[in-house]
Design a protein around this ligand. Structure first.
Ligand SMILES: [Zn+2]
Length: 389
């Protein structure tokens, strides 16, 4: 079967053209990749989301044996809403050695290059397999990766190394913070704003919660080590959105706060969240109820991205360094799916991919053409390694 030959840039152009903003289905992209792989005689397996609107994909090139390499990427991208783009974000556009488009660096380029090099993978006499692992909903809290990693753990012979191709400028990243995101809903009791004694404003108490998070942040900052591989050194809180109230002269009945934090590896990811929830229940809720007994506070965990610890990743580090030619091994503060894959498959994992995280999530996101070349070089050296015993 003769599959289609597609260069890295052309493959990136095709993948960027799918608007895979996390709120949308990613199935059009997944089906395209599936057909492309099929054209080259490679079967892929899908791991659908519960509602069937999205899917992860995994596929193996080469012998179905252990000791292979996993190339992992997420298919979704962040929204372009309200961002001042100079070009169409869904049309790959070359200007001054930079390819512009949503998802170019975060992170379609990594697996676009891998897919474009499929004929090279196939023509090599691979003794160790190369696995593709594409997930959905990374950008909204690494939701798809859990199911993907679990399926691969049971169906793929144990790999030697997992490469998460998030943008690191092809340097090797061996650790990152974890992230928890919660939604807390404050329910008060409506009253005319002149009659504050008759009700309780959900917004005012949500504000107290934000203040509480600021005081915990101050405490964490004060205790943070002076020397740290992370910048900032401490765990960091963020309140992402607050939605509540209906009018200027009504005590707000409802207020919803989307909040979370990024914790250091090695510390229990849920501890800060548990502490905040306990404060809400024991300290804040009684004060609200004293104003009106109908008041409630409810918190749900929206997503959890485990931290990625540097421990146990030495082999993946050594391989990625030799394939990328990068001498630096470092850490980052943004989250990736690395912790999920590391934990679920029990396989040494690193983050290493083309492009700069500084361009991710921005208007006019781009990837340097030279980074595409660097990643192709990485893949070629990986192929050589996969051909050895
Ligand atoms: Zn990403």
């Amino acid at each position: 079967m003769a599959g289609e030959i597609v260069g890295s840039v052309e493959m990136l152009r095709r993948l960027v053209a799918f608007d895979t903003t996390s709120r949308n289905s990613n199935l059009a992209l997944i089906e395209y990749v599936q057909q492309y792989l099929q054209g080259h005689g490679i079967d892929s397996k899908l791991v659908p989301s519960e509602d069937g609107k999205k899917a992860n994909l995994f596929a193996t090139v080469g012998p179905n044996v252990k000791d292979g390499v996993v190339l992992s990427g997420h298919t979704d991208v962040v929204p372009v809403d309200g961002q001042p783009w100079d070009t169409d974000p869904w049309t790959l556009t070359l200007k001054d050695g930079k390819y512009y488009g949503r998802g170019t660096c975060d992170m379609k380029a990594f697996y676009a290059i891998g897919l474009a090099m499929l004929p090279a993978f196939k023509n090599a006499k691979l003794k160790k397999p190369i696995h593709f692992a594409l997930s959905y909903d990374e950008e909204v809290g690494c939701i798809g990766a859990h199911g993907l990693a679990a399926r691969m753990a049971s169906e793929v012979p144990k790999p030697r190394a997992i490469i998460i191709g998030e943008p690191t400028m092809m340097t090797v990243v061996h650790a990152h913070k974890g992230a928890q995101i919660y939604i807390t809903k404050f329910t008060g009791f409506e009253a005319h704003s002149s009659m504050t004694h008759l009700g309780v404003s959900a917004i005012h108490f949500a504000g107290e919660f934000v203040h509480y998070l600021n005081t915990v942040q101050d405490e964490l900052d004060a205790k943070a080590p002076k020397q740290s591989e992370f910048m900032p050194a401490a765990a960091t809180f963020n309140v992402g959105t607050i939605v509540g109230g209906t009018a200027g002269n009504i005590l707000a009945r409802e207020c919803e706060v989307l909040w979370g934090y990024r914790e250091l590896p090695g510390l229990p990811i849920e501890a800060l969240g548990d502490r905040a929830i306990e404060w809400l229940e024991k300290e804040l809720l009684p004060k609200m109820k004293a104003r009106h007994p109908a008041a409630t506070i409810g918190t749900v965990l929206r997503s959890s991205t485990p931290a990625f610890s540097s421990e146990g990743n030495d082999e993946a580090k050594a391989l990625a360094r030799s394939w990328s030619g990068s001498n630096t091994v470092g850490s980052v503060v943004y989250g990736t799916e690395a912790g999920i894959f590391r934990k679920t498959l029990g396989v040494p994992t690193v983050v290493c991919g083309p492009g700069d995280i500084a361009q991710a999530h921005q208007p006019n996101e781009f990837i340097l053409a030279s980074q595409i070349d660097a990643c192709e070089g990485f893949m070629h050296r990986m192929i050589e390694w996969c051909c050895r015993d």
